[in-house]
Ligand binder design. Structure first.
Ligand code: SAH
Length: 210
């Protein structure tokens, strides 16, 4: 159930849904998603679905991972990138294969530890995992060429915009849990200005803020 054929079927499915970036498809064919889900779920791990990963959190649906990664890769030469919401570490593994350095922040200690150990075991040496509240970004490694947020705040966190380089972009789902959340691409256009473009309607767990 985790064979290359099963994985290839997921890639076909992503293409049918409109994912076309060759690098995104190449990397998603390789990353072993079954290792990022609970063992009981492993046989279903190449379905285009999200699954619980414990502690009330979920591993994102492959289509959403692919879509967000495509939106991030619209800028090239991504050297220093931040992900907020490590969760299972699956999105980090996909993104980490496509950028030079990836920092990823998780607020829940058990998820942080599990993802850190798994990403290390799988050999992703350019991914730095951090424990903390990522709604404040990760200032120690800022500024970033790009930021990907995989949990939804009610409103755009300005602290994150400020950690983007000028010209840098952030992909983030914005909206409350009771209403529609929109996947937005935010481009920092100057020291004090940014542009927002709305994309897909999505469902994410909340970005908690301490
Ligand atoms: N990228 C993940 C998706 C995980 S779901 C994956 O591929 O599996 C979102 C994650 O964001 C959860 O693990 C949740 O604990 C985390 N999170 C929520 N608020 C956060 C915050 N303020 N800082 C860092 N992580 C946060």
């Amino acid at each position: 159930m985790t064979s290359q054929r099963t994985r290839d079927r997921l890639i076909d499915r992503l293409q049918q849904k409109g994912i076309s970036h060759p690098e995104v498809l190449r990397v998603m064919r390789l990353v072993p998603r079954h290792l990022f889900v609970d063992e009981a779920m492993a046989s279903r791990s190449y379905e285009d679905a999200s699954f619980p990963i414990g502690h009330g959190q979920t591993i994102s649906q492959p289509y959403i991972v692919a879509r967000m990664t495509e939106l991030i890769l619209e800028s090239d030469n991504l050297e220093n990138v931040l992900e907020v919401g490590t969760g299972s570490g699956y999105q980090a593994a996909v993104l980490g294969a496509l950028v030079k350095d990836l920092h990823t922040v998780e607020v829940l200690t058990p998820l942080y530890r599990q993802a850190r150990d798994l990403l290390y075991k799988l050999g992703y040496r350019n991914i730095r995992t951090h424990l903390g509240d990522g709604s404040w970004g990760w200032p120690d490694a800022a500024p970033y060429d790009a930021i990907m947020v995989t949990a939804a705040p009610d409103e755009m966190p300005l602290a994150l915009v400020q950690q983007l380089k000028i010209g840098g972009r952030m992909v983030i789902p914005v909206g409350s849990q009771n209403s529609e959340q929109i996947l937005q691409v935010v481009t920092r256009t100057s020291e004090s200005e940014y542009q927002v473009k709305n994309h897909d309607s999505v469902v994410f767990v909340p970005l908690v803020s301490k």
